[in-house]
Write a protein that binds this ligand. Structure first.
Ligand code: ADP
Ligand code: ADP
Length: 229
């Protein structure tokens, strides 16, 4: 269960305009934090930097005290599991989608791995089994079902850090609550960062970081932030 630290990170895309202006934040080992803020504040950019799609102009990003610039791409990718808002599924079986990237992706092996990784709650809540074809020529899944498959796929890799980038924001509130509730139960042992825009989704995060225009406006627990107004 690693720590994640952003240390005075300055970043802009190619167009000279800085997006993050010396951002510092700390996620403790096994902590569950959330990043909220208006659209365009730089929330998704934080995720892209953590995964090294881009590197900051200055400042450092540390996982367990180690600068990610010094870490191999391979170990970085196995350390972080990302669930985006609109996960794209393959036109194949649910089992293939969940087991994608695994060598022996037959249904029995995936089911066993799913049991080991404690992600069965995501799979069992689907209306159908591993062998069902989904996508263009198969069964059309709802947005929530698609996200369950995507989350199961990410969790099966057992990443110590979980980054949820608006993973449930497009879903109705009830589906969102079901999924985040299940996620909470199966992610106790991970360090997690949830990017969200509905405060209700992340009410029980240990710390909520409020990002505004690339700067940390405030941080604290849900109750602390409500008290401050
Ligand atoms: P948020 O997730 O908080 O909505 P983003 O991190 O996606 O914000 O974007 C922050 C800012 O960076 C926005 O002004 C956005 O237009 C800009 N931006 C995002 N991606 C790129 C890119 N690939 N090239 C240039 N600017 C970008
Ligand atoms: P599009 O629907 O325009 O193809 P998407 O990004 O929504 O774009 O889908 C990308 C892929 O995911 C496509 O191959 C599509 O068949 C598959 N897909 C889209 N929606 C679903 C769904 N509800 N259930 C299963 N697979 C889907």
């Amino acid at each position: 269960r690693p720590t994640v630290v952003f240390d005075n990170v300055v970043f802009g895309y190619e167009d000279d305009r800085n997006i993050l202006h010396g951002l510092s934040l700390e996620v403790p080992a096994g902590g569950h934090v959330a990043i909220v803020g208006p659209s365009g504040a730089g929330k998704s950019t934080i995720g892209r930097l953590l995964f090294r799609f881009y590197d900051p102009q200055s400042g450092r990003i540390l996982i367990d005290g180690q600068d990610i610039a010094q870490v191999t791409q391979e170990s970085l990718r196995s350390a972080i599991g990302i669930v985006p808002q609109d996960s794209v599924l393959f036109n194949d079986t649910i089992g293939y989608n969940i087991g994608y990237g695994r060598e022996h992706a037959d249904a029995a092996a995936i089911e066993q791995a799913a049991r080991d990784a404690a992600i069965l709650p995501f799979i069992q809540s689907l209306p159908t089994g591993f062998d069902t074809e989904v996508g263009e020529r198969g069964l059309k899944l709802s947005g929530g079902e698609k996200q369950r498959v995507a989350i199961a796929r990410t969790l099966l890799k057992d990443p110590p850090i979980l980054l949820l980038d608006e993973a449930t924001s497009a879903l109705d509130t009830r589906t969102e609550q079901e999924i985040t509730g299940t996620l909470r139960r199966v992610s106790q042992d991970r360090t997690s960062i949830a990017i969200a825009h509905r405060l209700s989704t992340i009410a029980d995060a240990d710390t909520i970081f409020v990002l505004e225009a690339g700067r940390l406006a405030e941080s604290g627990s849900h109750t602390q932030l409500l008290r401050q107004g």
